[in-house]
Design a protein. Structure first.
Length: 173
């Protein structure tokens, strides 16, 4: 699986070795991490990815991606799927950026890139959520075309669905 490239970003699919370094906070001596990377969310996502790999198999292309700026190659955050598509062709996503990269449209750009990839891979819908107080994340999902579909006492739920998506196929096949 190769990198996904957007106008200003590279979404690099993390390998097991790279995820182990992220989970340990070990840049490997110059891997191009921006200050603050990995965030606690990146560490948590890397650990979840490693558990999935240990118990089943590498879920790529439905795993984690490191968000890198094209201009300097710096890792500024992460984005990814919480696992392969379910029986209905639906996936759940999560993302986050280091503080210094926020407010520049990177999260929306990365999410649009991942949504485009999901759609091209036969996914029929993508779901996400954000705490009520995380208005920036609400704006990111709205800017990427996701719509609010509900809420509970803690979070607001978002989703985008496509009716013209081809039947779900495993792009790894």
């Amino acid at each position: 699986m190769g990198d996904l490239v957007t106008e200003r970003l590279v979404l690099h699919p993390l390998t097991v070795d790279e995820s182990e370094r992220v989970a340990a906070g070990d840049s490997g001596g110059g891997s191009g991490w921006a200050r603050g990377y990995p965030t606690p969310g990146d560490v948590s996502a890397a650990r979840r990815f490693l558990m999935v790999c240990a118990s089943t198999d590498d879920p790529q292309p439905f795993g984690n991606y490191e968000i890198r700026r094209r201009e300097d190659g710096q890792a500024i955050g992460g984005i990814g799927f919480h696992g392969p598509a379910d029986e209905n062709g639906s996936v759940t996503i999560g993302y986050g950026l280091v503080w210094s990269a926020q407010g520049r449209g990177y999260a929306s750009e990365a999410l649009r890139g991942l949504l485009s990839f999901a759609r091209a891979s036969g996914v029929t819908s993508v779901k996400g959520d954000a705490d009520h107080g995380n208005l920036a994340s609400h704006h990111v999902m709205l800017a990427a075309g996701m719509q609010p579909v509900g809420e509970d006492e803690r979070v607001r739920y978002f989703e985008i669905a496509w009716t013209d998506t081809p039947a779900h196929t495993d792009p790894r096949a």
